[in-house]
Design a protein around this ligand. Structure first.
Ligand code: NAP
Ligand code: MG
Length: 489
């Protein structure tokens, strides 16, 4: 740890630079409260400078003008560099936002690298189209990069959230201006260094750290940004769409919050696996996952047995220092988030839910932000902890009697990101999966994940999809070119 050096300056036009007005903010570790470094506190003037650099790079075609196979080679080198720097990237992520280093290494670095490689490799394999029109004309349907893509991401998976957006955007030839969360800016800045080292030209990928209203808003409002890709809360996501409309009608894509229902029927094929997935998925990443199955619906007849097994697993998630190799539950991202989680726990108690496990802040003497894995039983659908996204290690358990009732309860949410169904009955599995209003439904598991599948939500969980070839839709315009053909023969 003592050898890790952090550079908090922005990356604009291929250079490390301070904010134009020299402002900085402290990057504080939730592991132990230490100040990791000062970070450039960029504002509208810095965003303007970054968008200018991105536009210049787009206009002179230094990146989009390269043959796709050449962009591919550079993207693959970029992905390789993440792996070559895996240990420092992982430790940086852990110090910056508190997740266990073992997962930062095995999940965050690997997934971000894999994502960059996958889009790089895809880009010389995707063909355009010719429409089946009459033979007096030729209609070409081509994809072109949208131009300058603004990207705003949250702090829960800083590298992965950034990679899901920058990889498809860069692969097809756009320039990017990324604003990471002020709570976790360090790995995004390192990604920009590595992109330059890989050969992505100056100005193509810029990273501008700063606070949401000061740096994020000017990006979403900028008249020379062609699309804004956002991951974060539904509250700010709504503002992103408003800012896009208020300015130049830039394309706005949003991956937002969730309150995902996980439904376990009495005929669940493997109760132990269901218990492990229910507990493991809500406590993974300290519960700071948009797709965390935070509403657990267990059919009445098996609830007691299910809870007994679940509670036996909870102590395994006792928080510990996330820089230690065996830790599975680390620190929440900062004091603000920790206090939000603790307030939700108080509201659960006050509204009559039954606290079965956890509920307390722990390890205070470390100066870090740690909360016990927490389980509430007897939760009703109208309670705050059943309706609002907590984004912390808090599981709300509800019960149900039949499929129709649980589908009604599960869909009674403003969110529609993911859902889970556990049953041995094929008809019930498919019927319930179809009835659930969610972008992803898991059947008899909750942790399958692959870059090849789309990720995103129904309803107020957002607009558009990350991952898979569908993500290219966000970062390309579709052009039709009609050519008249006067056949000489
Ligand atoms: P957030 O408060 O909405 O912040 C997200 C990003 O937006 C941060 O970079 C933030 O900057 C920036 N921001 C804040 N106010 C802004 C404004 N007025 N204009 C422009 N940008 C602004 O969300 P968060 O608390 O960081 O992240 C947690 C949320 O993300 C949860 O709701 C979670 O479900 C969601 N999430 C969704 C997905 C998905 O794929 N659906 C994935 C991960 C997370 P600062 O942090 O610097 O203020
Ligand atoms: Mg931080």
């Amino acid at each position: 740890m003592s050898q890790l050096q952090f550079d908090g300056r922005a990356v604009i036009g291929g250079q490390r630079v301070a904010a134009l007005n020299g402002a900085t903010f402290q990057c504080i570790s939730p592991v132990d409260g230490r100040v990791l470094t000062e970070v450039a506190q960029c504002g509208a003037a810095d965003i303007d400078r970054a968008v200018g650099a991105a536009r210049a790079a787009f206009d002179d075609k230094r990146w989009r003008g390269l043959p796709p196979a050449q962009r591919k080679r550079i993207m693959v080198r970029f992905a390789d560099l993440l792996l070559q720097n895996a240990d420092t990237l992982a430790l940086t992520e852990t110090m910056d936002m508190g997740k266990p280093v073992k997962y930062a290494r095995a999940v965050d670095v690997n997934s971000a690298s894999n994502c960059i490689r996958w889009y790089g490799e895809a880009v010389d394999k995707v063909y355009d189209e010719i429409a089946p029109t009459a033979d007096t004309a030729l209609a070409l349907i081509t994809r072109e990069p949208v131009g300058v893509a603004g990207v705003v991401v949250p702090w829960n998976y800083p590298m992965i959230m950034a990679a899901w957006k920058i990889a498809p955007a860069l692969a097809v030839g756009n320039s990017v201006v990324l604003k990471p969360s002020e709570k976790s800016p360090l790995t995004a800045l390192r990604l920009a260094d590595l992109a330059l080292e890989a050969g992505i030209p100056d100005g193509v990928f810029n990273v501008v750290p700063g606070f949401g209203p000061e740096a994020g808003s000017p990006l979403a409002l900028h008249m020379d940004v062609d699309c804004i890709a956002f991951t974060g809360s539904t509250r700010v996501g709504k503002q992103i769409h408003v800012m896009a409309g208020q300015s130049n009608l830039k394309r706005a894509w949003t991956e937002l919050g969730g309150k995902s229902p996980n439904i376990v029927f009495a005929d669940c094929p493997n109760l132990d696996r269901a218990v492990e997935a229910a507990v493991g998925s809500i406590f993974f990443n300290q519960g700071e996952s948009c797709n965390a199955p935070s509403r657990l619906y267990v059919q009445d007849s098996i609830k007691e047995k299910f809870l007994e097994k679940a509670l036996a697993l909870v102590p395994a998630y006792t928080p510990a220092n996330p820089t230690l190799p065996d830790t599975v539950m680390g620190a929440l991202v900062d004091k603000t988030q920790m206090n939000t989680v603790l307030r939700y726990i108080e509201s659960g108690k006050a509204e009559g839910a039954k606290l079965l496990a956890g509920g307390e802040q722990v390890l205070q003497s470390t100066g870090g932000c740690y909360v016990q894995p927490t389980v509430f039983d007897g939760v009703r659908g109208d309670m705050t902890i059943a309706r609002e996204e907590i984004f912390g290690p808090v599981l709300s358990v509800l019960s149900f009697s039949d499929a129709a009732e649980v589908v009604r309860m599960a869909n009674a949410s403003v969110y529609g990101l993911q859902a889970g169904v556990w049953t041995s009955d094929l008809n019930k599995a498919h019927g319930v999966a179809r009835a659930l209003r969610a972008g992803t439904v898991h059947v008899n598991q909750y942790d399958e994940d692959d870059i090849t599948v789309p990720f995103g939500g129904y309803k107020q969980s957002g607009v558009g999809r990350d991952k898979s070839l569908h993500a290219f839709d966000k970062y390309t315009e579709t052009k039709t070119t009609w050519v008249r053909i006067d056949s000489p023969v």
